[in-house]
Design a protein around this ligand. Sequence first.
Ligand code: DC
Length: 221
Amino acid sequence: MGKSIAIDGPAGAGKSTIAKIVAKKLGFIYVDTGAMYRAMALYLIRKGIARDDITGIKKACNDADISISYEDGRQVVLLMGENVNDLIRTEEVGNMASVSSTVGAVREKLVALQKKLAAEKDVVMDGRDIGTVVLLDSRCKIYLTASSKVRAKRRYDELTAKGEKCDIDRIEKDIIERDQRDMTRENSPLRCADDAVKIDSSDMSIEEVADAIMEEAKRKL
Ligand code: DC
C-alpha cells in the first residue's frame, strides 16, 4: 500500500484544483475518481441507455473497459482504450454520472480500480467516498467543503469567463439538489469520515487551502 491523501467533499468545493497542487508538491499521483464515473457515464450514453434504466445500467457497466494512464503527470482516462478526457466534462455526461454512480455494480467496478491504483502508488485521490470506502485506512483524510453560495459563485465565474450566459440562482439551486442526491443516496453517500479533517474553503484562497492540507500531510504521513 502506498501513502495516500483522501479528499472528499461536494461538487465545486475545489477538490481537484487543490488535489493537483498538493500532489505536485508531494510528488504523488493525482487520481480524479469523478472522471472514472464520467467515463462510465459516457459509455452508457454511447450504448443508448436511458438515465432511468437502472437494470440496463447494471448490465452494461460490466462490459465497460475503463483504465487510467498518465501523460506528463496528467491523468488520462481511457474508455475501451480511447482517451476520453475531453469528452467527459459536459452537462449531459455529468447528469448521467450523477445517476449511474448510485448503482452498486458501477461503484464496485470503479472502487476496485481505485484501490488497485492506491496499492501501487502514492496518491492524492479525490471523490465522494474516498475516506469512507475506497481508502478506509488512509492516514490523511480531508473533507473539503464550502457554502453553496460560494460554490455557485465560483461556477458562475468559470462559465462567464468561457463566455457562457448563466443564472447564478439557478446554479445554486442545482448545487443544492446535487448535494442532496449525493448525501442521501443508499450506496456510499457523501459524508465526512469520522477521522477526516474538515476544511471549509468559503473564505480561504487556493493557496491557503493547499497549505492547510500540506500541514496535515506532514503531520500524518
Ligand atoms: O466530481 P465529479 O463532478 O467529476 O463527479 C461526477 C459524478 O460522479 C458525481 O455525480 C459524483 C460521482 N462520484 C461518486 O459518486 N463517487 C466518487 N468517488 C466520485 C464521483
